[in-house]
Design a protein around this ligand. Structure first.
Ligand code: B12
Length: 492
């Protein structure tokens, strides 16, 4: 059996990093972990190839070679997924679809032959068993959440790793919190399901053996969902694993209560984490109460962010505007918060109600759901009627984004962050592309860019005041360029 695994193309969005990746001559941020995991679950004797459309093109030859195309996608890849499915149809190749887009919207894809939905640990085995007997059905789904301590090591060797800047790995699925706009608990459950420390070490060993030294993103919904296990087993194992190695800085997603646990924080930094994405959502207490973001309430959020930064973690933040409790003053409040906290990578979106969330049910009850979601939470669209009115919301949003990504504000924020940041001890692995990126940034940002004054100010400020942070300052300058392009494209 010949299986072609296909990952559709991302549009030019905040998280595509497209404009930044050019500086380091990479094609995409990370290879598709879902498909590489599926590859490991297929019979060993089957031939497998991966085409990530973000890094390569899909040739007719690939389609002619394949017996089946296995496709995975998020909603944001919908258009590209439809195009791939149409090509498969034309080429007469059968399509098996799975992953979040199809799990939520399979009825929109009449041309797909088989849907293997939810988590493949449960749905793939019955599909493969039926296929072997020649009686594969159209749809395999489950309401159960599998144990992931048996999930095999992803087959990273199928991806051409030289095209990527990061590799994703996963330690847990699910999140203990109940934010009412988030669909993670309906997709993956409340009780975090964990891999064993030995599994994670084996995954890292496999990556290391392939020569991977760049960053590793733990794609957990909330890495600190089970603190006990982390402290007792996983982090000590990672600290041990890292000894004598260089490179592979880790990043992940956590809830803000990490700031309340100095022991856990210190263990994470020692294990090699240098960045975390945190759902901050709003400086407005009323809005945090409205969406049941209990972990963010009744605390000094700026101080919590600074605690993480001082310990050695760069904090990237998710923010939302458009809650019922938001008045037009929210836009300036968000700008002030973002600037003060030194959250350089600030993903700000309009409130949207994904299917399967409590927010969706409430909005539907109030007759306020108006459309499907675009899947890109930074394109200024929403699927609900905001209390503030769509026009003022979009206008305030546009101004907010234009402000925080304007070079003056952006570079000011980088300095606020670098002043606070205490860099961890991960030994850097020198990569020629990073050296070349410095040259490219000098030309593109320092000579040709509208940000040139701010660029040089940061350049020399870091060189003289915080020389160890110089590579990070250049990386953030390049990221700022990407964010500005995306903001100009979508909301200016
Ligand atoms: C890592 C990640 C990213 C990375 C992706 C990097 C990459 N190239 O892989 C980045 C940071 C780029 C990203 C961005 C975004 N993401 Co994202 N992301 C995730 C995250 C946290 C983990 C995905 C992952 O790798 N999981 C691990 C693998 C093993 O799981 P998996 O892919 O789901 O695969 C399993 C099953 O789904 C199934 N399966 C998957 N594919 C297939 C295919 C076949 C054929 C079969 C049989 C089975 C199968 O089997 C696997 C094993 O069980 C998920 C949340 C989550 N926990 O899933 C959100 C998630 C996928 N992201 C989401 C969203 C909305 C986004 C963004 C729009 C912004 C945002 N709010 O986060 C952007 C859009 C991207 C863009 N460029 O514009 C949503 C998607 C919702 C949807 N229905 O499409 C999710 C589910 C989070 C959520 N709260 O809903 N994301």
């Amino acid at each position: 059996m010949k299986i072609l695994l296909v990952y559709p193309e991302f549009p030019d969005t905040f998280w595509s990093f497209k404009h930044a990746l050019r500086f380091i001559q990479k094609k995409a941020a990370a290879p598709p972990l879902g498909l590489l995991t599926i590859a490991a679950m297929l019979p060993a004797g089957w031939e497998k190839r991966l085409v990530d459309l973000n890094a390569a093109s899909l040739d007719d030859g690939d389609l002619a070679w394949a017996d089946y195309v296995f496709i995975s996608a998020m909603i944001v890849q919908r258009a590209s997924a439809q195009a791939v499915i149409a090509r498969c149809r034309k080429a007469g190749v059968k399509v098996v679809a799975g992953g979040p887009l199809f799990t939520m919207e399979h009825d929109q894809f009449p041309e797909v032959d088989h849907f293997v939905l939810n988590e493949a640990e449960l749905t793939l085995p019955p599909f493969l068993a039926d296929l072997a007997l020649g009686r594969a059905q159209r749809l395999y789904a489950t309401a159960e959440f599998p144990d992931i301590s048996q999930t095999p090591i992803p087959v990273w060797s199928l991806a051409n790793l030289k095209h990527y800047d990061t590799v994703s790995i996963q330690f847990s699925r699910g999140c203990p919190f109940s934010c009412d706009f988030c669909n993670i608990t309906s997709l993956l459950g409340h009780r975090p399901r964990l891999k064993k420390a030995a599994q994670i070490v084996a995954e890292l060993d496999a990556l290391y053996a392939l020569g991977w030294r760049k960053s590793v993103f733990f794609v957990d919904d909330n890495f600190i969902g089970n603190k006990k296990q982390l402290k007792a087993e996983v982090l000590p194992a990672l600290i041990e694993w890292r000894k004598g190695k260089s490179g592979l800085p880790f990043s992940t997603e956590v809830s803000i209560n990490l700031a309340d646990d100095p022991e856990l924080l210190q263990l994470m930094v020692r294990a090699g984490f240098d960045a975390v994405f945190v759902g901050i959502e709003s400086p407005n207490e009323g809005s945090l109460a409205e969406c049941s973001k209990t972990q963010n309430r009744n605390r000094d959020l700026v101080e919590s962010v600074k605690t993480l930064q001082r310990a050695g973690l760069q904090v990237q933040g998710g923010f939302i505007v458009g809650f019922d409790n938001d008045t037009p003053s929210i836009f300036q409040q968000q700008v002030d918060f973002i600037q003060m906290s030194g959250i350089v990578t600030a993903m700000v979106g309009l409130l949207q109600a994904p299917l399967g969330t409590r927010l969706y049910e409430r909005m539907r009850g109030e007759g306020r759901v108006v459309s499907d979601m675009s899947g890109d939470n930074m394109d200024g669209s929403t699927n609900i009627v905001p209390k503030m009115g769509l026009k003022p919301l979009r206008e305030g949003y546009r101004q907010l984004l234009n402000q925080i990504y304007a070079p003056k504000f952006y570079y000011e924020r980088v300095r606020t962050f670098l002043r606070e940041y205490h860099p961890p001890e991960v030994r850097l692995h020198l990569d020629l592309q990073y050296v070349l990126a410095l040259g490219r940034s000098i030309y593109r940002l320092g000579i040709r860019g509208v940000e040139r004054v701010h660029y040089w100010r940061l350049f020399f400020w870091t060189l003289f005041r915080r020389p160890r942070l110089f590579p990070l300052a250049i990386t953030l300058s390049i990221l700022g360029f990407h964010f500005r392009q995306v903001v100009e494209l979508h909301v200016s």
